[in-house]
Design a protein around this ligand. Structure first.
Ligand code: GLU
Ligand code: ZN
Length: 295
């Protein structure tokens, strides 16, 4: 592959501030892109206004700047991309690939997150209903650059999944696939909490006739009690005056081996060192696969 054609991205959700776990993901995607001479794009995944923390978008971008990151082009906001999502959704709906589902949370409870197909052939109208995409009884698989082969049988392990919620909000799975393609992303480096979303995304890429990007999932940073750092935890924003020590810690979390002298470096110098010495193979494999991703 021509390395100059690498296009990567960082895609934070403004449901909280940038925390150490998201810094690790940002750093991995940045270093991998720049070490390949590629572009690194920014996308704000602001699909869910009720869960957005006021000021988080600006704070995330500001923290990234303070930590020395520079992205190519303007930051894309998913809140400005609804027309693109609606168009795909309507097409799939009229083709019978997607359908309206009126099941309540309570009705679905006994099925452990795997949709039993109740509304598949009931012909509900889309207004006021969730929209699900029909999945085939097929196993989707891909080879992650670090985690190795990952497979999931969509019918048995996911079932028809939601692409637009009952309240009208578009689902992450739909938006991420449409926007990665639209931005020309061909390398996705992100947290391992999204490993189990990837097969659903491969299926949507197939429906859209999009080439499959390369994937690299980095291990999650967990709290001392084993909980994932992030969305459900109200993590405080990363302190602006700790950029160098926290970037050093993030480099070590990615298996890199920064020179101790670098503790006197500026964030920009550290990132430069990181690009020059980037070794994606040193990233750890996840000890066990996560139980569930986001939907
Ligand atoms: N917005 C997602 C998150 O913050 C990441 C999406 C992705 O990288 O595919 O968890
Ligand atoms: Zn249903």
């Amino acid at each position: 592959m021509n390395s100059s054609s690498y296009v990567g991205r960082f895609a934070p959700t403004p449901s909280g501030y940038l925390h150490f776990g998201s810094l690790v993901a940002a750093l991995a995607s940045y270093l991998d892109a720049r070490a390949a001479g590629g572009q690194w794009l920014m996308r704000m995944e602001d699909l869910d206004p009720p869960r957005e923390v006021p000021g988080a978008q600006a704070a995330i971008l500001h923290t990234l700047e303070t930590y020395g990151f520079e992205w190519d082009g303007p930051c894309v906001r998913q809140s400005e991309r609804h027309a693109a999502y609606a168009q795909v959704l309507q097409r799939w709906f009229s083709q019978g690939l997607a359908y309206a589902c009126t099941c309540s949370r309570k009705q679905l409870e006994p099925f452990g997150g795997i949709y039993p197909g109740t509304c598949r052939n009931l012909g509900h109208v889309p207004e006021g209903a969730a929209i699900r995409v029909r999945v085939p009884e097929v196993e989707y698989r891909f080879t992650d650059r670090v985690q190795g082969e990952y497979r999931q049988h969509l019918g048995r392990e996911s079932g028809d999944f939601v692409i637009r919620r009952r309240d009208g909000l578009y689902a992450y799975q739909l938006a991420v696939v449409i926007d990665d393609a639209w931005q020309g992303i061909n390398h996705i480096v992100r947290g391992a909490d999204l490993l189990d979303s990837t097969p659903r995304q491969l299926y949507l890429q197939e429906l859209l006739g999009i080439a499959q990007p390369r994937y690299l999932h980095v291990p999650l940073i967990t709290q001392p009690d084993g909980h994932k750092l992030g969305k459900s935890y109200r993590s405080p924003p990363l302190p602006a005056d700790q950029a160098t020590p926290l970037l050093l810690r993030a480099l070590r979390a990615l298996g890199q081996n920064p020179d101790p002298q670098l503790r006197y470096a500026t964030p920009e110098e550290l990132l430069k060192w990181g690009v020059q010495h980037w070794n994606a193979e040193a990233i750890a494999r996840v000890p066990s696969l996560p139980e569930a991703g986001i939907d």
